[in-house]
Design a protein around this ligand. Structure first.
Ligand SMILES: Cc1cc2nc3c(=O)[nH]c(=O)nc-3n(C[C@H](O)[C@H](O)[C@H](O)COP(=O)(O)O)c2cc1C
Length: 402
């Protein structure tokens, strides 16, 4: 999104409190962000907050001569390469669908030639009302892109469709709408999450991987124009925009899915925590303690799972393969041994010794380890930022822009 001009138009819904986070994500991705607000929006979030985060005055009034003096509403509409309407109220969607222009936001929406992404957010009954349905249908037919709303518990106390999509998802969708990035033309294959190795019909061996790191890599790669396939172990995480997802359960299923996609992939990022061992003879039925002698325990024989990363590296040719290594101690030495053993192009050593990084956390502390012995230590960062840093290195290695 480097230097791309995005206008965030905010209307009067409770989800306006998430807009500062959206702006933060867009700016972190390098975008130049300006904001416009309806009078109702200012009841939910202060223009001063958005002004501070964007670094630009926030336009709120169509008829304020001083604001029009700064940049008039038509210039603002022309300036934008993309307009994000978030949260999009039922009211403003209705105005858009009719072509009304009686406040600054609706006037800009009518005047702009840029693509518009709307993120509706409202009470479920407002969303399901035939008027809103018909307005959305009209807007879609006109080429307006919509993201969400999501289903869940709503601020008004109702349950159902109406929650604004998360800022990360809106930013990812915006990235797709803005077009090609430094990974355009690349096919990125990402593995994410843990695996589940069955013991019997109800039990499994698993691990604490949440999939957040791999999902962040997939989302970031899609944002940068790559064709992304995400092979995911069991996780409740939502599929990032523009990503094709293949769900698997076991290490063997993950291996099959990755091998099926690997030929086409130019870049493979193995962020999944694949089980090293599986039960040698999983039971078809539930193992019952009543079937065992009263004082006996249960001995489980484990067998080794294939080493998928080593297998992919062995057949990689000129493709890039990046591995992850979760280390609780002796991080650097273990990572250097691992990259030599596996033969990957870059190893991301993951410090899982701290409560705030590694498995099932939002942040990560990693060290990039290169085959020639070079290491690069990153501070603790949100996983999305770690993904961006990783893909900067990957794009450079593939000869694209950094
Ligand atoms: C506390 C509160 C929360 C509201 N939340 C929403 C909402 O999430 N979505 C919506 O469409 N309208 C919501 N409304 C109603 C809008 O604020 C109202 O329709 C307003 O006219 C929208 O103006 P605008 O589209 O110009 O911003 C809410 C109103 C109040 C008082």
């Amino acid at each position: 999104m480097e230097q791309r001009r995005i206008l965030v138009a905010v209307t009067g819904g409770i989800a306006a409190y998430k807009i500062p986070e959206l702006i933060r994500i867009l700016r972190r991705a390098g975008a130049c962000v300006r904001c416009a607000m309806t009078p109702a929006a200012q009841e939910f979030v202060s223009p001063l907050v958005l002004q501070t985060l964007t670094g630009h005055p926030v336009r709120t009034d169509l008829f304020d001569a001083s604001q029009e003096g700064e940049i008039d509403h038509i210039s603002l509409a022309d300036w934008a390469e993309l307009v994000i309407l978030a949260p999009a109220t039922a009211n403003t969607l209705a105005k858009m669908s009719c072509g009304l222009a009686d406040d600054l936001v609706s006037a800009v929406l009518l005047a702009t030639r840029a693509p518009v992404l709307v993120a509706p957010a409202m009470n479920v009954n407002m969303w399901e009302h035939p008027a809103t349905r018909s307005n959305m249908e009209t807007l879609r037919q006109r080429g307006i892109r919509a993201i969400g709303p999501e289903v869940g518990e709503l601020a008004c106390g109702w349950e159902g469709a109406g929650r604004m999509s998360q800022p990360e998802a809106i930013a990812a969708e915006a990235g797709l709408l803005l077009g090609s990035r430094d990974l355009a033309g690349e096919v990125v294959l990402v593995s994410a999450g843990g695996t589940r190795e069955p013991i019997d019909r109800v039990r499994f061996l698993g691990n604490r991987s949440s999939g957040k790191m791999g999902f962040a890599v997939a989302a970031e790669a899609a944002l940068r124009g790559a064709d992304v396939v995400l092979v995911a172990g069991p996780t409740p995480l939502a599929t990032p925009a523009g990503v094709r997802r293949v769900d698997v359960q076991t290490a063997l299923e993950m291996r099959d899915a990755l091998l099926a996609e690997f030929e086409r992939a130019t870049i493979t990022v193995m962020a999944a925590a694949v089980a090293d061992f599986r039960a040698a003879r999983p039971s078809e039925l539930k193992i019952k303690k009543e079937d065992l002698a009263a004082d006996s325990g249960l001995t489980l024989e484990l067998t080794r799972n294939p080493d998928i990363l080593a297998e992919l590296c062995a057949r990689k040719g000129d493709r890039l393969v990046i591995g992850f290594a979760a280390e609780s101690h002796d991080l650097m030495a273990s990572a250097q041994r691992k990259i030599a053993r596996k033969g990957c192009d870059l190893l991301v050593a993951n410090n899982i010794s701290s409560e705030t990084s590694g498995f099932d956390t939002d942040d990560n502390a990693v060290v990039f380890v290169w085959p020639d012995g070079q290491v690069e230590e990153l501070p603790t960062l949100p996983k999305r930022d770690v993904a961006a840093q990783l893909l900067d290195r990957v794009a450079k290695a593939r000869g694209g822009d950094e």
